[in-house]
Ligand binder design. Structure first.
Ligand SMILES: Cc1ncc(COP(=O)(O)O)c(C=O)c1O
Length: 406
């Protein structure tokens, strides 16, 4: 693949190959800077960024308000630990509570760490009722993170198999199968964990009936219902959280979020109702870095901007979707376009890898999940004209792939 192929990029790659643990399969592309929805490689080539750090760079790159806040806060106070108070955890927690419909917040540094907090809540909740109550029901095709706890409830064998034994008592059920869910949940169930829209699993939405059934079964069996909003939440679906799209709303007991919250700085959150929050008492959980002043202040600024962006996300998401559906009509290898706001998957019936590299050649960044689903998680600030440009370029990529596949 043409990489903008500078000596600088080759040197970067060589150093990483020598000194990094080789757990990532990176594309041969070295990024140097970004502005708005574009990033530039070390050779100066420009790419329209439709994956945005896997759903992290919600305000694109170098957003002027975020740059200003980072500069100001870096000169004031970066880190305090959680031994002391600072000015930003309280207001950010208030914002999270007001937007989520829940009551109390714990700050972590990543999605998987937020999920670990939720798993500890599930276990603590179960133990208070009885030692046999520790089972967790999770979904096939789900993804909840890479730490041992999150991995234990991730419903994809390929991520789990090298690290077993994992947490005991986890049952996986097929998504959107109400009867299977009903059969799996019982009085030993301490928690049910779901992504309302499975992200890594290929942008698969759960039905409202399924989410409602999960709520009903959690209530009936005194289990905590946890929604993983790490990929599908915080504005991406055109609402603050994807579970708010159902009418009437189905509230979880616990919600975890991360990716876009601090616009590229590490921040994960766990938000719980009063009862679930009470399962974690003094000394039972904590984090050295979690909820640092810089990340929290940036997240507050992000929420301030997000409020005005939500209607735009619905509009641009709808526009991107309909342009992709039109494009798909000309190519038999597209099986389905699935989306919620600016979370979009195009499922193919052939491998997607070549499309991703073809996109990079055309100056477009997106990725492929589940081998056959092209995934688009663009910045929330993307414009309709940028979407038009992206779809024109995708058309070229699709045409090339069609020529290869005959
Ligand atoms: C739904 C979901 N849960 C959890 C995670 C893990 O988050 P992190 O990589 O920040 O630990 C991810 C990451 O992609 C995710 O998509």
């Amino acid at each position: 693949m043409e990489t903008g192929g500078t000596d600088a990029c080759e040197a970067i790659q060589a150093l990483e190959k020598q000194y990094l643990i080789q757990n990532y399969g990176r594309y041969p592309l070295c990024l140097h800077r970004g502005k708005g929805c574009y990033v530039y490689d070390t050779g100066g080539k420009r790419y329209l960024d439709l994956i945005a750090g896997i759903g992290v760079n919600a305000l694109g790159h170098a957003h002027p308000r975020i740059v200003k806040i980072v500069r100001e806060q870096a000169a004031l106070l970066l880190h305090t630990s959680n031994l002391y108070y600072h000015e930003y955890q309280g207001p950010l927690a208030k914002k999270l509570v007001e937007t989520s419909g829940l009551a109390r917040v714990f700050f972590a540094n990543s999605g998987t760490e937020a999920m670990e907090g939720a798993l500890k809540m599930i276990h603590s909740h179960g133990r208070k009722i009885g030692l046999e109550k520790y089972e967790i029901v999770s979904l096939e095709n789900s993804f909840h993170g890479r730490t041992l706890g999150s991995l234990s409830i991730t419903g994809q064998e390929k991520y789990r198999r090298d690290f077993e034994p994992l947490l005991p008592g986890v049952r996986f059920v097929p998504p959107n199968d109400l009867a299977a869910l009903e059969a799996a949940v019982n009085e030993r169930t301490a928690g049910i964990v779901v992504e309302a829209i499975q992200g890594e699993g290929g942008i698969y939405p759960l039905t409202v009936e399924y989410l409602r059934k999960a709520r009903e079964l959690a209530d009936r069996n005194n289990a905590l219902l946890v929604f993983d909003e790490i990929q599908c939440g915080v504005g991406r679906p055109g609402a603050y959280y994807s579970y708010l799209l159902a009418s009437p709303v189905i509230l979880p007991d616990v919600m975890v979020a991360a990716k876009p919250l601090a616009c590229g700085l590490p921040l994960g959150v766990l938000v719980a109702d009063e009862e679930a929050a009470a399962t974690i008492g003094p000394g039972m959980h904590g984090s050295t870095f979690g909820g640092g002043a810089l990340a929290c202040r940036v997240a507050l600024e992000f929420f301030d901007i997000l409020e005005g962006l939500l209607p735009q996300i619905v509009k641009t998401g709808g526009c991107f979707r309909s342009e992709l559906v039109d494009l798909a009509r000309h190519f038999g290898f597209v099986k389905e376009v699935r989306s919620a706001g600016l979370m979009i998957g195009v499922e193919l019936d052939i491998p997607g890898k070549e499309f991703v590299t073809g996109g990079m050649e055309e100056g477009l960044l997106f990725n492929c999940t589940h081998d056959v689903v092209l995934r688009f998680l663009p910045p929330y600030i993307i414009t309709e004209s940028e979407i038009d440009r992206a779809v024109d370029k995708l058309k070229k990529v699709f045409k090339k792939a069609a020529a290869h596949s005959v």
